[in-house]
Design a protein around this ligand. Structure first.
Ligand code: HEC
Ligand code: HEC
Ligand code: HEC
Ligand code: HEC
Ligand code: HEC
Ligand code: HEC
Ligand code: HEC
Ligand code: HEC
Length: 438
């Protein structure tokens, strides 16, 4: 700790302790210093403590607020929502509430939610889905207005709070330090952005960006204020650098969607609204460290890979699956009680996303081995045979036509020697040229 900071801390605590005798604000610290030492010290070492923002400044509540309760001699609330933080940080609150993150709690109607409830059970929805996406936090009016145990603890990114606000700032700003240096590091995103269906953390760790970051953390100047790529640090970008933080031309922004040009979450990808502007925002980050030609090259390859996934696998599989539903071919009436539904689901929701995320963020192992390799395996050796097993003429006609007329799938019924010759003489390169030309 710097000397001046230490002196400041001593001064602050002296003031607090003397204030403690006669006001409830000071009493919070005096008592919690004993009762919850870890929590107290997190706060004590924080920028908030240095600026005299104390327990009551965040936890204060009016008597008539839904989640307020009397705690010794003060009305407080346990939740400190984006609206509460927003009284001092209005710009951040506005950016967060305009982002996809704020809406992440509205997932109840999704197939994911259906699956968690029927295939597993309610406790999983709470400790799984809602722990990342956010719970609808309800008050237990029988327990002195305390937060109901079924919905709290929770720090999901799109939490629905009793005051109507959406999200939870400490999804990224771990309490009670609330440090921006911590939020700038990839770990602050990686509780949620990992795993079989959105492995951004793993992709990052295997990319050259992750390599450069983990081997140069001491050069990242993480406590700088502001933190401008190219000026305050240049060794490597983190998740925040690319998706949120400042460049020489852009201020930092809490809306993580401002630099995204393709949606890689749905069954097949489409361009986002105002995608050109968004892509230019991202390119501006890249161009701090790379030349224009290099950056354009990355997007050229990424676009082609997304189109390949869309046209070769996602759209045909969707056409077949739609027919299966329309013709009522499934044996069991309940969704996800039939094998082919799981196969189709994983095809786009798991490996199909992994392939796209690997491609977006320079993770070759995810683009191929955890991505397209598995997409292809599941498509050719599981999904198609399962669809054929219904022995339905219409479905079979669509599949046959795919394998006979679509040059991308014709290989399946051809001779290996011919295919090897075609690869050598460049026919395959020619075949996929269309992916680069749109
Ligand atoms: C005399 C000791 C004491 C004082 C004064 C005190 N607290 Fe607490 N506080 C506790 C203890 C013990 C707990 C844990 C048990 C409980 O929830 O009552 C607690 C719990 C809490 C909780 C969590 C409640 C929950 O439902 O999970 C919050 C938030 C909190 N205190 C904030 C404050 C604030 C803000 C102040 C000052 C206005 C304050 N405390 C003053 C002792 C104290
Ligand atoms: C900058 C705002 C801020 C300050 C200052 C602050 N808190 Fe909190 N506190 C929070 C947030 C955010 C949460 C998590 C609630 C949520 O998710 O909405 C929380 C949660 C808590 C909890 C319940 C969670 C747990 O881990 O038990 C306690 C107890 C608590 N705070 C006590 C305190 C005390 C005591 C102080 C002063 C030493 C303090 N807080 C200062 C923002 C703050
Ligand atoms: C480990 C954290 C985590 C868990 C657990 C989790 N999700 Fe997600 N979910 C995410 C992330 C992160 C994304 C965004 C991925 C991306 O952008 O690539 C997401 C995306 C989604 C989407 C797509 C949203 C859109 O805009 O297209 C839905 C729907 C969804 N999740 C529902 C659920 C449900 C329901 C569950 C429980 C069965 C669940 N998730 C479990 C983190 C999680
Ligand atoms: C998705 C993760 C995430 C969430 C959610 C989030 N933040 Fe941040 N926040 C960050 C990152 C990363 C930075 C550092 C940006 C930079 O300086 O490069 C930051 C920086 C800040 C700063 C410092 C700004 C400055 O002047 O340097 C404040 C204040 C802040 N956040 C407040 C909030 C508030 C209030 C909320 C909730 C409404 C919130 N944050 C939600 C990730 C997040
Ligand atoms: C009473 C006003 C107030 C409230 C309420 C408040 N803050 Fe702050 N916050 C400040 C001040 C003052 C600073 C220090 C000056 C600055 O960096 O902007 C600060 C700094 C920060 C920083 C930067 C810390 C760093 O590393 O330098 C973050 C992040 C932050 N606040 C997040 C939050 C979050 C999240 C909440 C709600 C849980 C919150 N604040 C509630 C006043 C407040
Ligand atoms: C607590 C969980 C959680 C944390 C922490 C989190 N995210 Fe997210 N993120 C999500 C979920 C869930 C979604 C999908 C929201 C939806 O579409 O409904 C998402 C979506 C996104 C998107 C897509 C936005 C869009 O508009 O399409 C980006 C980019 C993103 N997050 C980046 C980050 C970064 C960078 C961090 C860390 C600084 C971070 N996230 C931290 C859960 C989280
Ligand atoms: C070198 C810059 C860079 C870094 C570092 C980076 N990303 Fe990305 N990210 C991108 C690009 C580029 C895209 C694709 C943007 C587009 O479609 O235009 C993307 C896309 C995303 C998406 C959207 C996926 C979807 O389903 O639509 C999420 C979520 C995301 N990144 C999260 C993260 C997280 C979390 C980290 C850190 C673990 C991270 N990113 C690190 C550049 C980066
Ligand atoms: C803070 C600097 C920095 C930023 C910002 C940055 N990169 Fe990089 N990037 C690097 C470094 C360092 C390497 C490793 C160079 C090498 O191969 O020696 C790298 C490597 C790459 C590679 C080569 C990957 C490989 O496996 O050979 C690609 C592609 C790339 N970056 C694209 C991007 C794109 C696209 C963006 C913006 C979305 C971006 N970078 C942002 C520093 C950065």
């Amino acid at each position: 700790m710097h000397m001046y900071r230490l002196v400041l801390m001593i001064l602050i605590s002296a003031c607090l302790i003397s204030a403690a005798e006669n006001n409830s604000a000071g009493r919070c610290m005096v008592c919690h210093k004993e009762k919850t030492r870890g929590l107290y010290n997190q706060w004590f070492n924080s920028s908030h403590a240095m600026h005299n923002v104390t327990c009551i400044d965040c936890h204060r509540a009016k008597k008539n607020e839904k989640d307020s309760f009397l705690h010794y001699d003060a009305y407080i609330a346990t939740l400190v929502t984006p609206k509460d933080c927003g009284t001092c940080h209005p710009a951040e609150m506005k950016q967060v509430s305009g982002s996809h993150h704020a809406r992440a709690g509205q997932i109840l109607e999704s197939n994911d939610a259906y699956l968690a409830h029927v295939a597993a059970g309610h406790p999983v929805a709470i400790q799984g889905c809602e722990s990342c996406h956010g719970a609808n936090v309800v008050i237990d009016s029988k327990a002195e207005n305390k937060l109901a145990k079924t919905t709290w603890p929770n720090s999901g990114i799109g939490r629905m709070n009793p005051d109507g606000s959406l999200g939870s700032c400490n999804a990224c700003h771990t309490r009670h330090a609330f440090s921006r240096a911590q939020a700038r590091q990839p770990e602050s995103c990686s509780k949620c952005h990992l795993g079989p269906d959105h492995p951004q953390k793993e992709v990052y760790e295997e990319s050259k960006h992750g390599n450069a970051y983990y081997t140069n953390i001491d050069q990242m100047n993480l406590t700088a204020d502001p933190w401008v790529v190219g000026e305050d640090y240049f060794a490597a970008p983190t998740c925040a650098s690319c998706h949120m933080s400042a460049t020489l031309k852009q201020r930092y922004n809490h809306d993580v969607g401002r630099r995204i040009s393709w949606t890689c979450r749905p069954l097949f990808s489409t361009k986002t609204e105002n995608w050109v502007e968004k892509r230019n925002n991202m390119k501006d980050v890249c161009q701090t460290c790379h030349g224009d030609v290099f950056v354009a090259g990355h997007y050229y390859q990424y676009d082609a890979t997304i189109r390949l996934y869309n046209e070769k696998f996602a759209k045909p599989a969707n056409r077949i699956m739609t027919l299966v539903h329309q013709l009522n071919l499934l044996e069991k009436p309940a969704h996800f009680a039939n094998q082919i539904e799981w196969t189709f689901w994983e095809l786009w929701h798991h490996e199909g996303r992994r392939a796209r995320h690997g491609s977006a963020m320079m993770g070759p192992d995810y683009t191929w081995w955890h991505g397209f390799y598995e997409v292809a395996q599941h498509f050719y050796l599981k999904f198609i045979p399962e669809a054929q097993s219904f022995r339905n003429e219409t479905v079979n006609r669509v599949i046959d036509s795919l394998f006979t007329h679509d040059p991308m799938h014709q290989w399946f019924n051809q001779d290996t020697d011919k295919l090897r010759r075609d690869i050598r003489n460049g026919s395959f390169e020619e075949l996929y040229k269309q992916m680069f030309e749109q």
